[in-house]
Design a protein around this ligand. Structure first.
Ligand SMILES: C[S@@+](CC[C@H](N)C(=O)[O-])C[C@H]1O[C@@H](n2cnc3c(N)ncnc32)[C@H](O)[C@@H]1O
Length: 297
C-alpha cells in the first residue's frame, strides 16, 4: 500500500481575517524580523469591533528563506478578506510545480509586498542608507503613532550559541559584531520615535557580557534614552513583583516571560522589554499595567 495521500487544502476554509489594515490601524515596523512571527501577531489582532488595530508597514530581515516567508505573507495578507488567490492553493496542492509568478498574476499586491519587506543586513551601509530614508518617510506619513518591534540576533547571546563559541579558541566576544546589533534597533528607536517599541530576545541576553560587562543593563539604558529627543519608560510583561514598572526597581530576569505561565504548551523563555514613549506614559492606565503584568493562576 502506498502512502496515504495528503488531504487537499480547501481554499474556502482557510480564509483569514483581513490583515491588510483598516485605514486608522497603527503601523508596525519590524526589524530582524525572521519569518515575521512577532509582527504577524500584531497584524492578526482585532479590536472589539473586529477591526485590525495594526498593520505591518515595514519588515527587514537578512536571511533569504525567512525573507521569502515575509514577502509571501505580506502578499497574501492583502487577500485575507476575499480569500487567497486560487493559484496559491494549486501550488500548495502540488498542481503547479513552480511557485506562481505573483508579480505577473497580481502586480499591485506584489509591489505592495515588495515595498513592505526588505532583505537587508542591518548594520551594513546599504541597510543604513535605506532606513535613513524610509524611517523619516514613515514618520511623515504616520506621525508618531507607530510601533517598533525587533529581536536583534540571538546566536551570540543564546546559551547554546555561547556554549558553541566557548569551544572555539578563536572566538572573541568583543569582536563579535552580532553582540552590538541591538545598536541598530536603538538607532531606529531614536529616528522613528515610535509610541511603543518592543524588544524581544533570548534568555541568554540577561547574562551575556561584552568587554566583560553585562550587556543587558546597558541595552536597557540605551532603550530608556536612545539619544534623540524622546525618552522611554520601560515595562516588563510579567514581572514577579507585578507592578510592571522598571526604572531600576526590577532586575534583568524580571523581563523574562515564561510561556508555560501563560497556558502555552511549551516552555519557551524569552525576554521582552516594552518601551513606552515618556509623553504617553501617563496614559498607560493602572488597569493596563495590572493586565500586562498578570499571570495565569
Ligand atoms: C530571533 S530571529 C527573529 C524572530 C522574529 N521576531 C519572529 O517572531 O519570527 C532574529 C532574526 O534576525 C536576523 N538577523 C540577524 N542579523 C541580522 C542583520 N544584521 N540584519 C537583518 N536581520 C538579521 C536573523 O536572520 C533572524 O532571522
Amino acid at each position: 500500500m502506498g502512502p496515504t495521500p495528503l488531504a487537499r487544502i480547501d481554499a474556502v476554509k482557510v480564509v483569514e481575517p483581513d490583515g491588510s489594515g483598516a485605514p486608522n490601524s497603527i503601523p508596525v515596523v519590524d526589524l530582524f524580523s525572521g519569518p515575521g512571527g512577532l509582527a504577524e501577531g500584531f497584524a492578526g489582532y482585532r479590536d472589539a469591533a473586529g477591526q485590525p488595530r495594526f498593520r505591518i508597514a515595514l519588515s527587514v530581515e537578512m536571511e533569504k528563506s525567512a525573507y521569502r516567508t515575509l514577502l509571501l505573507r505580506a502578499f497574501l495578507r492583502q487577500f485575507s478578506a476575499t480569500g487567497f488567490p486560487s493559484e496559491y492553493y494549486d501550488f500548495l496542492n502540488g498542481d503547479e510545480r513552480e511557485e506562481p509568478d505573483w508579480a505577473k498574476l497580481h502586480p499591485e499586491q506584489w509591489e505592495t509586498a515588495c515595498d513592505e519587506t526588505r532583505q537587508l543586513t542591518l548594520g551594513t551601509s546599504a541597510a543604513t542608507a535605506f532606513l535613513s530614508v524610509r524611517l523619516p518617510q514613515l514618520r511623515e506619513q504616520f506621525g508618531d503613532r507607530l510601533v517598533l518591534l525587533g529581536g536583534p540576533p540571538c546566536q551570540s547571546y543564546s546559551l547554546v550559541g555561547r556554549a558553541r563559541n566557548a569551544g572555539n579558541a578563536d572566538y572573541d566576544a568583543s569582536k563579535d559584531g552580532r553582540q552590538l546589533l541591538y545598536q541598530q534597533y536603538v538607532r531606529a528607536l531614536r529616528e522613528l520615535q515610535p509610541a511603543i517599541a518592543i524588544m524581544e530576545n533570548v534568555k541568554g541576553v540577561l547574562s551575556a557580557k561584552h568587554n566583560d560587562k553585562p550587556i543587558f543593563r546597558h541595552i536597557l539604558q540605551r532603550l530608556e534614552n536612545p539619544g534623540g529627543e524622546k525618552r522611554y519608560g520601560l515595562f516588563a510583561l510579567a514581572p514577579p513583583l507585578g507592578d510592571g514598572r522598571c526604572n531600576h526597581k526590577l532586575e534583568p530576569r524580571d523581563y523574562l516571560v515564561r510561556t508555560e505561565d501563560f497556558g502555552i504548551p511549551q516552555s519557551r523563555h524569552r525576554v521582552f522589554v516594552v518601551c513606552v514613549r515618556e509623553d504617553l506614559e501617563p496614559a498607560v492606565s493602572a488597569d493596563t499595567l495590572a493586565r500586562i503584568s498578570q499571570r495565569m493562576e
